[in-house]
Design a protein around this ligand. Structure first.
Ligand code: FES
Length: 160
């Protein structure tokens, strides 16, 4: 049977088949959730906050706990959408503010512009560039380095 989940960012309710994960519910509603690691519980890009109904989600696995442990914006109500299966009614989800670095398709084009929203690290969720800050060339090389570190990290973890 399906369960109703509320997506706070867009003030919408959606029906999720019992035991389906929250990531599919978010994607189905066209919410921008990167799922950089492909739903393996290893990145920050599907990090969400559960505003209500945490008890109606599947319990946290060791891997999810470990990944949340490195996410700097993690709170008591944090979960990874790809690892959270919906078991009951009344779950309310909120997304962290900002965009993940991996979602910026052309970093170079940001030079000389102000960040429209916080740019976040795809593995630990930390703010790399604050919203409103002018993006300089030196920032760009750091961002590019971060981006390649992240791909290497995720590629290596595929082997584990
Ligand atoms: S998609 Fe990477 S942890 Fe969920």
């Amino acid at each position: 049977m399906a369960k109703i989940v509320r997506l706070d960012p867009i003030g919408q309710e959606t029906s999720v088949p019992t035991n389906d994960n929250l990531l599919s519910a978010l994607l189905k509603n066209e919410l921008k959730v990167l799922h950089e690691c492909g739903g393996r519980g290893m990145c920050a890009t599907c990090h969400i906050f559960i505003k209500d109904g945490m008890e109606h989600l599947s319990p946290m696995s060791r891997r999810e706990r470990r990944t949340l442990g490195v996410i700097t914006t993690c709170k008591l109500n944090s979960r990874l959408a790809c690892q959270s299966k919906v078991m009951g009614e009344g779950v309310v989800v909120e997304l962290p503010a900002g965009m993940y670095l991996s979602d910026v398709s052309d970093i170079e084009s940001l030079i000389g512009r102000r960040a429209e929203e916080n740019i976040l690290h795809p593995l630990d969720g930390r703010v790399l560039v604050e919203a409103g800050k002018l993006i300089t060339r030196s920032m760009i090389s750091q961002l590019e380095e971060t981006r390649s570190d992240v791909s290497t990290h995720l590629a290596n973890s595929q082997l584990v």
